[in-house]
Ligand binder design. Structure first.
Ligand SMILES: CC(C)(COP(=O)(O)OP(=O)(O)OC[C@H]1O[C@@H](n2cnc3c(N)ncnc32)[C@H](O)[C@@H]1OP(=O)(O)O)[C@@H](O)C(=O)NCCC(=O)NCCS
Length: 272
């Protein structure tokens, strides 16, 4: 029988999944909305808030104080509100007193996703299986975040972006609205590659202005700004800022031509 049909509404600490009674743990101080479904072995910790009509899978861990809006789906093995690790060799010490994660209403979160504490995720986002979103990340609404995407800490993402499978968004990056990041795109923030204290004066992620696009497997060097509606060809290595509305190509990427009129954002705005 289908998982969702087989789940009973939450009653104490037992749930029926495909005919089997399974344990889960819901802290007494957690606040649950109405008609929530919770799978086996799931843990909802102190002071977490789960909105109405949420569907939470098996083995999900929701850390203390996490806020989940109405009608959110969270699939198996996902962890929300995880605290970051810090190595004695880490150059930036991670504060352990982070605020709980926030997930906006109507979002869908796949299996084996990890969303860290102090992440603020807006409404109606789709976050596919295996994605990782580090602490201090802010994400707007209606984004598609593909399978195995990594978003590092201190990243800001606006609304209606598409981040395709396996892309890597380095720390201190900013992606505005309606941007496209192709599969396996790599962004970077440290030109000194972990040597020379001078690097701390130059440490900077990548900026994508509204409607910017990056093709599959391109590499974007630290601090690069890809201006509005600009387009990076597949496999390029981008070493200079990309002017608005231009296509750049190659390694190092050079201007090829203008983005065709039919591809400009103004002619392709989502109607939803
Ligand atoms: C940049 C791009 C948009 C150019 O498309 P286009 O205008 O149709 O260009 P053409 O196919 O006519 O190619 C023009 C020339 O550039 C070369 N070229 C095209 N794309 C290239 C690329 N990414 N890297 C190097 N050279 C490229 C072509 O070989 C051709 O050279 P030639 O005339 O010597 O054969 C396209 O090639 C591209 O990179 N698309 C991105 C695809 C992608 O990543 N999609 C998202 C994930 S599904």
């Amino acid at each position: 029988m289908h998982f969702l049909l087989a789940c009973l509404f939450v009653e104490k600490n037992l749930v029926l999944v495909e005919g089997v009674m399974m344990n889960h743990y819901i802290a007494d101080s957690a606040r649950l909305g109405k008609e929530i479904k919770v799978g086996g072995n799931t843990i909802i910790m102190d002071d977490a808030v789960i909105g109405n009509y949420c569907q939470i899978g098996n083995n999900v861990v929701i850390h203390p104080g996490t806020y989940i809006g109405d009608n959110v789906r969270i699939d198996d093995n996902t962890v929300i509100g995880k605290k970051p690790l810090t190595s004695p060799r880490s150059i930036f010490k991670t504060p352990q007193e982070l605020k709980p994660a926030i997930i906006g209403a109507n979002s869908q979160i796949g299996a084996n996703v990890i969303i860290y504490a102090q992440c603020e995720i807006g409404e109606s986002n789709m976050i596919a299986d295996l994605a990782t979103i580090r602490e201090n990340v802010k994400i707007g609404d209606l984004n598609i975040i593909g399978r195995n995407v990594t978003i590092e800490n201190y990243v800001q993402i606006g609304s209606r972006n598409k981040l395709e499978t396996n892309c890597y968004i380095t720390a201190y990056s900013e992606i505005e609205d309606y941007c496209f990041v192709g599969p396996c795109v790599a962004t970077s923030n440290d030109n000194y590659m972990a040597r020379d204290p001078e690097r701390f004066n130059h440490f900077k992620g990548v900026t994508m202005k509204r409607g910017a696009r990056i093709g599959v497997h391109a590499t974007i060097l630290p601090g690069i700004i890809i201006e509005e509606d600009a387009c990076v060809a597949a496999g390029s290595v981008v070493t200079h800022n990309v002017p608005a509305g231009k296509v750049v190509l190659g390694s190092p990427a050079r201007i090829l031509r203008d983005v065709p009129e039919a591809q400009l954002l103004k002619n392709n705005l989502d109607k939803s």
